[in-house]
Design a protein around this ligand. Structure first.
Ligand SMILES: C[S@@+](CC[C@H](N)C(=O)[O-])C[C@H]1O[C@@H](n2cnc3c(N)ncnc32)[C@H](O)[C@@H]1O
Length: 241
């Protein structure tokens, strides 16, 4: 089984068209109008939104192969550093910090989550804003049976028509969802499997984590149209001070 975060070309083939988060993230970056830190910046999908605004940008990630893609594409417009989000020190503070696209779910324990938020807080300027976006745990996804389901519909990868299939198993005790992705190439399921884990965080848990780490929530949204967060919302988007 391979680590999906060692395969930037595949990751980009799967995600490069996603833009739903662009407007809200750029709205808050413009509002802060200063230096920006992205936590878990990956291959630079979201970095580009910020560098296009001309704001000073730093991205951190713990996958060197993902960072290499960012450096190749955007290295002259931003700074990209190998760091673990659970404990980092940059000797610099920022006006806007964000962690998008469910990356926070890679904090698999309370300890990791608190340590990550604490690191973020020490890098946020007074008066700055912090945006965090994750999906809301969905029982119909977490507790489904162990068939293969379509995770991403057809996309082009290495000149072939591919689909990403997935199965998952959810551990109630740890609240960790273990996912396995299996690539279908030109209609045939390949032997290639990729794995990753995500911890589920409910809104009440996020409230407690923000409180414990000294953040105050300014706004909460349940989707990228900025509708209020409620039990039915697909996403949790927090804007904190
Ligand atoms: C879902 S991807 C999001 C990447 C990018 N922000 C985007 O929107 O496409 C999650 C990212 O988190 C990174 N990551 C996972 N655990 C991490 C950790 N402990 N510290 C820093 N980055 C981490 C992965 O390498 C990956 O780039």
């Amino acid at each position: 089984m391979k680590d999906i975060y060692l395969y930037p070309d595949l990751y980009d083939a799967l995600h490069q068209d996603i833009e739903t988060d662009k407007n809200v993230i750029t709205h808050y970056a413009k509002k802060c109008n200063g230096s920006v830190l992205e936590v878990a910046s990956g291959t630079g999908r979201l970095s580009k939104y910020i560098t296009d605004l001309g704001l000073p940008y730093t991205g951190i990630d713990n996958s060197q192969s993902f960072l290499d893609v960012s450096i190749k594409n955007l290295g002259n417009r931003g700074t990209f550093l190998l760091r673990d989000m659970r404990d980092f020190h940059l000797n610099k503070k920022f006006d806007f910090i964000f962690i998008g696209f469910n990356s926070f779910l890679h904090n698999l324990t309370d300890k990791d989550a608190v340590s990550c938020l604490t690191s973020i807080k020490t890098h946020l300027n007074d008066g700055g804003l912090f945006l965090l976006s994750i999906f809301q745990p969905d029982h119909s996804f977490l507790y489904r049976d162990e068939y293969l389901y379509e995770a991403r519909t057809f996309f082009d990868y290495q000149g072939k028509q591919c689909r990403m299939m997935e199965r998952n198993s959810f551990d109630d005790e740890t609240q960790i969802n273990s996912l396995i992705w299996q690539l279908e190439i030109d209609g045939n399921l390949s032997e290639e499997t990729y794995s990753f884990k995500q911890r589920m965080y409910y809104p009440h848990k996020m409230d407690l984590l923000f409180q414990e780490t000294g953040f105050s929530i300014q706004e909460k949204f349940g989707d990228w149209d900025m509708n209020p967060l409620d039990e039915e919302s697909p996403l949790q988007i927090y804007i904190c001070k």
